[in-house]
Ligand binder design. Sequence first.
Ligand SMILES: [Zn+2]
Length: 154
Amino acid sequence: MERLSPHLTVAEFLATSHREFVTEQERVWYGSRVLQAEARRFAASVFEPIRALVGPIYVSSGFRCEALNKAVGGAQRSHHRLSLALDGTPMEMSVREALFLISHAMRRGELPFVDKAIDEFRGRWLHIQAAEVGTKPECVALSTADGVVFAEVA
Ligand SMILES: [Zn+2]
């Protein structure tokens, strides 16, 4: 099984329930050394430290090719397109509890490479992302009620 990091497989990172995009997802991702390298950077510096904090995470969406991102209504500049984001639900706690732990760890300086962690749609899923190359990670934990309005988690 091909892995990006000890607890994240390539299959999980490319998976989609939109069958019409399965082939395109693999074509684009395997065709780009940059996307593959960015996925490994994301997995090692963002996914694994968060997993160590909140336990196993069920992955619902990682990389998205442009066509898939458009189909699922993702943001135009979504980090999912860059292999730098993942949506998932923690298996051992709620999204809100996970975000609480993440925000506190951020304030202790323990998650230096996490750009954003977001509680999407009042606890439906957790979005985590790494910063783009050459960009300083923001290290913020946010929650959103309607997908648009964000509030920083205190
Ligand atoms: Zn997301």
